[in-house]
Design a binder for this molecule. Structure first.
Ligand SMILES: NC(=O)c1ccc[n+]([C@@H]2O[C@H](COP(=O)([O-])OP(=O)(O)OC[C@H]3O[C@@H](n4cnc5c(N)ncnc54)[C@H](O)[C@@H]3O)[C@@H](O)[C@H]2O)c1
Length: 372
């Protein structure tokens, strides 16, 4: 673990992402304003992308301060929402990048949640055949997942993240103070991604989350810093082994096959991503209990932690399970026409590439409608 104490007495963690094509630092702690400014000073032009919500919250005490110290910084805001991760928004960003004169030696900053990270990253990957970018994530999900690993992209009407590229950021700054303004539902959806890392890779970390649930919910600074740090470290290890998502990186999609089907079935209007992944994970854990791989106690523990963070543990009775199952056919992670599943050998140890009987998923989903 690499960490140090800063002048405010807070722990600052450092993680390095190292792949065959790129190496970059993740800095985790608070406050990090001086670190951002120091990093971007080296660029002759800098373009910050954010959305309306984050702009309103942080214009006064962050964006303006950065603009004061970095005369070559310009910014652009886009409307808030997943539906703006689109080709139309991207086109507007390209127009703005050219009119603001971002050069090939410039840098784009993604300042926001995963939507802004994916949009800004893809714009940077493609503008002038690729310019640098850096991530300043402001949601828990973006800090522990989407800002790391270089996946960038936009949605098409046919599906999420259908157009994109791998383009790694030059640096990631997880300033935990941004989480102070994050609505509870968004925070809890991010906690699901944190729980996921424990389930698939590290049982001790999973037990740490269970044991410290009250402190996590209270956003205790030290506990949240450690959670973000450990998730970044785990994700960096996986991305380092499988940069282009051809093998082990698939395990990060634990719970996502059902999760994506639920998001798509509900038109992305009912569940936040982490909430849908919670239900998707529950389906897998139930399946593993039925197969005798996991104990009933593991299932109860998992349901307990979902309930504690107000994540869903049952399906509304008016959902049409057959229609949900049809949405698996749009799963872009299919191999040879079949969805491949991520399951667990045990808590803290994932495996991938399993085929799963769709009738069994059907029956588990119906079970979740009856009794959760
Ligand atoms: N590239 C990847 O590897 C990867 C991985 C996982 C998810 N994703 C993508 O990430 C996106 C989801 O990201 P998300 O959950 O961060 O959603 P988001 O970007 O939509 O942010 C969620 C909400 O929180 C608001 N918000 C952001 N920061 C805030 C703050 N500090 N205070 C108050 N409000 C704040 C946003 O305006 C938004 O309304 C999806 O598009 C998903 O496809 C990408």
């Amino acid at each position: 673990m690499r960490s140090r104490i800063n002048h405010s007495g807070n722990v600052i963690y450092h993680v390095e992402v190292k792949t065959s094509t790129s190496t970059y630092p993740i800095t985790i702690g608070e406050p990090l304003l001086d670190s951002f400014k120091g990093f971007f000073k080296g660029y002759p032009s800098v373009f910050l992308l954010t959305n309306d919500t984050v702009f309103d919250l942080y214009n006064e005490n962050l964006i303006r301060q950065m603009e004061n110290d970095l005369p070559f910084l310009s910014h652009m805001t886009v409307p808030d929402g997943e539906r703006y991760k689109s080709i139309e928004t991207l086109n507007g960003i390209y127009e703005e990048l050219s009119s603001k004169g971002l050069g090939r030696d410039g840098c784009v900053i993604a300042f926001g949640g995963g939507v802004i990270g994916d949009l800004a990253g893809f714009a940077a990957a493609t503008f002038m055949r690729g310019v640098d970018y850096a991530q300043i994530p402001t949601t828990l999900l973006a800090m522990v997942d989407s800002s790391i690993g270089g996946k960038t992209g936009i949605n098409l009407i046919k599906g999420k993240n259908m157009v994109g590229s791998f383009h790694h950021p030059k640096a990631v700054f997880c300033d935990l103070s941004f989480l102070n303004t994050l609505p509870e539902r968004q925070f809890n959806a991010g906690v699901m991604e944190v729980i996921k890392y424990g389930l698939i890779l590290d049982e001790a970390f999973y037990r740490f989350i269970l044991a410290n649930r009250d402190r996590v919910a209270a956003r205790d600074r030290d506990v949240v810093a450690y959670l973000v740090y450990r998730c970044c470290e785990l994700k960096a290890q996986i991305v380092g082994q499988d940069e282009k998502d051809k093998g082990i990186r698939a395990i990060l999609n634990f719970g996502h096959t059902v999760g994506h089907a639920l998001e798509s079935y509900t038109g992305y209007r009912v569940y936040l991503h982490g909430e849908a992944v919670a239900l998707g994970s529950l389906v897998i854990i139930r399946h593993l209990v039925e197969k005798g791989v996991l104990s009933i106690q593991s299932l109860e523990e998992f349901k307990g932690i979902l309930g504690f963070f107000e994540l869903p543990t049952s399906l509304p009775s008016d959902f049409e399970v057959d229609a949900i199952l049809r949405h698996f056919s749009y799963d872009k992670k299919k191999e040879h026409g079949k969805s491949r599943w991520v399951t667990l050998r045990d808590v803290g140890s994932a495996e991938w590439g399993q085929a799963m009987d769709i009738e069994e998923v059907n029956s588990i989903l119906r079970g979740l409608q009856r009794n959760g």
